[in-house]
Ligand binder design. Structure first.
Ligand code: PHE
Length: 339
């Protein structure tokens, strides 16, 4: 028994010398100190010894175990200290002055065009307003004089919440209502923001797109005011004087309602952008319907106003010559790097 104990002790020590890392150490711990390890085996051999031998070798085995545990702990501490030293050495060798070419981020085209449009309208005295993307049926439709049977309310166009009371706004015209309730005329605001419609996606449609809403309310506001503001806006945005073309259009929240086209900024004789017509459809607009003013607490016998709504996504695509809406929303760095 004595020689068995000695040889186990020697084996343990020589195994320990070869330990390089925590995994090695764990293998040895299991081999000697594990539940089915060498020491456990030794302990079971004790019960076959005579009473006298038990008195001698019992304590000897326990001492061996304590010794192994102690050595195991010391080795563990040593490995840990060595690791820490390595980390510290690596950190000291890290050269903060080394310069590598970094991939540069960029702003999104929406950000650029929004900033530019906000600047143009602020120079004309407009403020930038905001409103929630999650709206009530009333703010998105009812208050805007959109009757219950209007196709825009159809389930196929609108993302409804399961309660069928709330929805993701289908246009930024909701912000007209919110602003009218919060402010008293004169009011002049624009609101760039997201609109969501339950539509199939192709090169020119996505279920999410950006719009820009504009609204001005004061005494004696007319279509002439609307056209003057829009001309100034589009001329500045496209960097040249553009002719506007006005057609009648129908939107329940304006009367009269207009569709406004601008002369194609990119050609004089027709190009692919304007589909060889030399005109580009840009905006829906009109004088705010008296019902809408009344719904939002403004007296239509005193005040009048204009409103317009344009696809900010479409304006961005035109300005930056982007041919597929899906690219704008892709978040691809190769795309964004061009701006
Ligand atoms: N809200 C309309 C749309 O989404 C645009 C619009 C805004 C038209 C304001 C007239 C006045 O198509």
């Amino acid at each position: 028994m004595h020689s068995t104990i000695e040889s186990i002790r020697n084996n343990f020590r020589s195994d320990l010398i070869n330990v390089n890392n925590h995994q090695d150490l764990e293998v040895i711990r299991v081999k000697y100190l594990g539940r089915q390890g060498i020491l456990a085996d030794l302990m079971t051999q004790l019960k076959d010894l005579s009473a006298d031998d038990k008195k001698t070798f019992g304590p000897a085995c326990n001492q061996l175990k304590a010794e192994f545990q102690e050595l195991h702990q010391q080795t563990q501490a040593l490995l840990f200290a060595r690791e820490q030293e390595l980390i510290a050495r690596k950190a000291a060798a890290f050269d903060v002055t080394i310069s590598k070419p970094l991939q540069q981020g960029s702003l999104h085209p929406y950000t650029y065009i929004t900033q530019e449009i906000e600047d143009i309208f602020m120079s004309m005295g407009f403020a930038v307003a905001d409103g929630p993307e999650l709206e009530t049926d009333y703010n998105n439709f009812g208050a805007l004089n959109i009757p219950a049977d209007h196709p825009a309310r159809a389930e196929s166009d609108t993302f409804w919440l399961p309660d069928m009371q709330r929805l993701l706004r289908t246009h930024t015209s909701t912000v007209q209502i919110k602003t009218m309730r919060e402010q008293t005329p004169p009011i002049a605001i624009i609101c760039p923001g997201r609109a969501l419609r339950n539509e199939a996606t192709d090169a020119s449609h996505d279920f999410m797109f950006m719009q820009i809403e504009g609204m001005l309310i004061d005494k004696n506001i007319s279509i002439a005011n609307l056209l003057a503001v829009l001309k100034e806006f589009l001329d500045k945005l496209f960097g040249k004087s553009l002719q506007l073309r006005v057609r009648p259009g129908f939107f329940p929240f304006v009367e009269p309602g207009l569709e406004i086209d601008a002369q194609c900024p990119f050609c004089t004789t027709g190009c692919s952008t304007c589909k060889h017509t030399c005109w580009i459809e840009l905006l829906g607009a009109g004088l705010i319907h008296p019902n809408v003013l009344r719904n939002a607490g403004i007296d239509p016998t005193i005040y009048s106003g204009f409103a317009f709504g344009s696809g900010l996504t479409r304006l961005a695509m035109l300005k930056y010559h982007i041919t597929d809406i899906r690219l704008i929303h892709s978040g691809k760095i190769e795309f964004l790097e061009q701006f």
